[in-house]
Design a protein around this ligand. Structure first.
Ligand code: GLA
Length: 753
């Protein structure tokens, strides 16, 4: 069904406005009964305005008098009858400040005097480097708007794709550059999209930074004129900065109130985001492939499509922004979306046995893991080639005959007999120089001829851009999965690139390694998933160094950090949750004292810290007492009861662990509101201060909920049953005192409601 949007310009303006609202109202009513939505994307031909309305968001673009595509509005959903003035290019303010840069364009070529970060920069074979993109045509198909731009002189066409998610209003934007000229040209920079924000002096930028075992630190800074660059030049997503941002417009930031715009890139290679604030305090955000060391030759008739740059808006604060993003990820991004399986409770051998894996040892651990309710047993590093430590074996993906004389089969059968499925660690993109593979194919790694090959963790990076390497990697994984009953792969990636050369490729194509490597990685994952549809995959990169919406689209869960200290994890997991859903975040219970900080904590505290995501156990079960097993069994069962709400519900951060807060509290509310789950943590009591009172969020105000303290204690005078309003506004006090204490509460809605 198509709404013909009226022009609003002429005599019949009033009548037409009424007509438009009535049509939309009718469509909405119709949509409610028939389960379809009114069309999210419409074009007003007279005003030359594209309007995208979805969930609580409107995004409006106009074609201005210079034929440029200009952002008119991005924010809270407008009323159907609201009209926007047609696009009008900014005149610029002086000879130094031309219209081309002053106008908030949706996608710019470097040319015509542009001085802001361009989306596309091309060098043509005749030396021309000027590119000026004007509106050419558009199509609207279902939820996708495609607007084509073309250079004013040359046959370079750029299709801008806008795909809208009706449930969340998140837009996926990308650009496809096509060479319709007669000669190849070089793309030196192509960024997927520009997001423009109106002028404000109250913009707060948030982004995530980290290092190995210290990932997911939330940074906050005020935007002022100038440019902030977030990027990875590491060949992969990287740990230093994650490709996510959120901008709040607020003087006083609040978790659940205020305008927030956010964005995330779906790309697992080197990337860049630029946040430019101009003298008027307007913000433009560009993002995509890192232009550093970038060159892509586009032959006649060929095209290059950028990664997707996702963007969203909410007026429900930074908390609302993450809830929206989580919903989008779980329902639209992860491979099983929208019918995602809940993550099973897994056991992983890494912290227990390190590289020292063998049949008897793993089977003994598997028996113990099964006894506490674990559903998936994962053998980590050490099972293949001559892998005794991290100096050898990567690349040689045969089962080590000393450790597993009968292959993996007897162990996998045993794991199945214990009622669990089986998972295995792999690091497919790497090779140790001390391996048969490297001795046979030294040319398969990233390298520059005659230059040193810098090692990281004693390993080199295979050049997955090469078709022979791609075939080898796909081949051994396919064989492994075909010959063994494996339900899960932990896919690791433990270093950054160095010497990113591809000497065997034609000279002018060698820098395409940045794009082709990741394209081949994705294609391997796609092909494997197709051939082995029941296999689930975890993305791991020495912890959280490859987490982005691109890899998330092809993997089922994420390992956020090698740091398993349960107290450090509170802030690590909190940071992670700003951009990514706790439902895909793997969190292990490991030994105490923990190796990271030598901190001792109770098993209950460790469990509750890990239960805020997808629960795993990584402790050495051989050292556990009978009491530990009993505690773990109880907590695994409690987790399974609450798991659907934790993994699939809405996260509210009641008290953030940031800023050395002694307390931190998370709450998960089931989508249908029938249950809330609360985890509360205390670092140390001081001076007899009581634990802060908790005011819940997201409950149905008039429904009645019964509270249960599953772990820890409520204050003695706590009522058990009360309304949602009561728990949200009167609140509840829990009795937490001491050091590293934790509580776990659930609130159940009366079943009649
Ligand atoms: C990386 C992972 C760890 C573990 C080791 C094995 O560091 O993040 O969880 O798998 O590799 O070598």
């Amino acid at each position: 069904m198509r709404v013909v949007t009226p022009t609003f310009r002429h005599g019949a303006r009033m009548l037409l406005t009424l007509t438009a609202s009535m049509i939309v109202l009718l469509l909405q009513l119709h949509g409610q009964s028939a389960g379809v939505h009114p069309e999210a994307i419409r074009y007003d031909e007279a005003a030359r305005i594209f309007r995208i309305d979805a969930a609580d968001v409107s995004y409006v673009i106009g074609i201005n008098q210079n034929q440029q595509l200009q952002t008119l509005y991005w924010g809270k959903r407008l009323r159907p009858g609201d009209t926007l003035s047609p696009a009008h290019a900014d005149g610029g303010s002086s000879g130094f400040d031309l219209s081309v840069s002053a106008t908030p364009q949706e996608f710019t070529g470097w040319g015509g005097g542009l001085v802001v970060v361009p989306n596309l920069k091309i060098t043509f074979p005749d030396g021309n480097r000027d590119l000026v993109l004007h509106y050419l045509s558009h199509t609207i198909r279902n939820n996708t708007l495609t607007i084509s731009l073309k250079d004013i002189g040359r046959d370079v066409v750029v299709d801008l794709l806008y795909q809208v998610d009706e449930a969340t209003g998140v837009l996926a934007r990308s650009a496809r550059v096509e060479n319709r000229t007669q000669q190849p040209f070089t793309i030196e920079q192509v960024l997927a999209a520009t997001w423009n924000l109106d002028a404000s002096r109250d913009y707060q930028l948030r982004y995530l930074t980290g290092r190995w075992a210290g990932e997911w630190n939330l940074q906050q800074t005020q935007l002022r004129p100038g440019k902030i660059v977030l990027e990875s030049r590491r060949g992969s997503t990287g740990v230093e900065v994650n490709p996510w941002f959120a901008i709040e417009r607020s003087k006083q930031a609040d978790q659940d109130v205020g305008d927030v715009w956010f964005g995330a890139l779906g790309w697992s290679g080197s990337w860049q985001m630029n946040l430019e604030t101009d003298w008027q305090n307007r913000v433009r955000i560009t993002g995509g492939y890192s232009p550093f060391d970038f060159a892509y030759i586009l032959s006649p008739g060929k095209s290059l499509e950028t990664p997707k740059f996702y963007g969203g808006y909410t007026n429900q604060g930074i908390g609302g922004a993450s809830r929206l993003l989580h919903r989008f990820e779980l329902d639209s991004i992860v491979p099983q979306a929208p019918h995602r399986r809940l993550r099973p409770v897994l056991y992983n051998s890494w912290e227990a046995t390190g590289f020292d894996v063998n049949e008897a040892g793993q089977e003994a651990l598997a028996e113990k893991a099964a006894s506490i309710g674990v559903e998936r047993f994962v053998m980590d590093d050490g099972w293949f080639g001559e892998r005794k430590d991290d100096h050898a074996g990567l690349g040689d993906w045969y089962i080590n005959p000393q450790k597993f004389p009968h292959g993996l089969r007897p162990m996998i059968d045993k794991v199945h007999a214990l009622g669990m499925d089986f998972g295995l660690w792999v690091e497919p993109e790497m090779v140790n120089p001390n391996s048969d593979l490297y001795r046979k194919h030294p040319e398969w790694v990233l390298n520059f001829t005659g230059r040193p090959r810098t090692e990281g963790r004693n390993q080199l990076v295979l050049n997955l851009a090469r078709e022979d390497v791609r075939a080898y990697v796909y081949g051994f994984l396919d064989k492994l999965l075909s010959e063994n009953d494996i339900a899960f792969l932990k896919w690791d990636y433990n270093r950054n690139w160095s010497e990113p050369g591809w000497p065997d490729a034609p000279l002018q194509e060698q820098k395409e390694v940045y794009v082709k490597y990741v394209q081949n990685l994705y294609s391997i994952l796609i092909e494997l998933r197709k051939k082995h549809p029941n296999v689930e995959i975890e993305s791991c990169s020495g912890g959280g160094a490859r987490v982005d919406l691109g890899i998330m689209h092809l993997t089922d869960e994420i390992w956020p950090s090698d740091n398993t200290d349960p107290f450090d994890r509170l802030s690590i997991q909190n940071g992670f949750s700003y951009a990514y859903a706790p439902g895909v975040m793997m969190a292990w219970v490991t030994d105490s004292p923990n190796w990271m900080n030598n901190r001792s904590t109770s098993l209950e505290y460790r469990f509750l810290s890990s239960m805020q995501g997808s629960l795993g156990i990584g402790a050495n079960l051989n050292k556990w007492t009978q009491e530990d097993f009993a505690t773990a069994k109880r907590l695994v069962a409690e987790y399974k009861d609450a798991r659907a709400t934790i993994q699939d519900g809405s996260l509210y951060r009641l008290i953030s662990p940031d800023g050395d807060s002694a307390a931190s509290v998370t709450e998960f509310v089931a989508r249908d509101g029938h249950e809330a789950v609360v985890f509360a943590f205390l670092h140390s009591s001081q001076k007899g201060q009581p634990y802060p009172r908790l005011y819940l969020h997201g409950l149905q105000p008039d429904a009645v909920y019964t509270i249960h303290a599953r772990e820890g204690k409520l204050e003695d005078d706590t009522v058990q049953r009360a309304s949602g309003d009561y728990w949200m506004h009167h609140g509840v006090s829990i009795s937490l005192r001491g050091d590293f204490q934790a509580a776990f509460l659930t609130l159940e809605r009366d079943s009649s409601q």
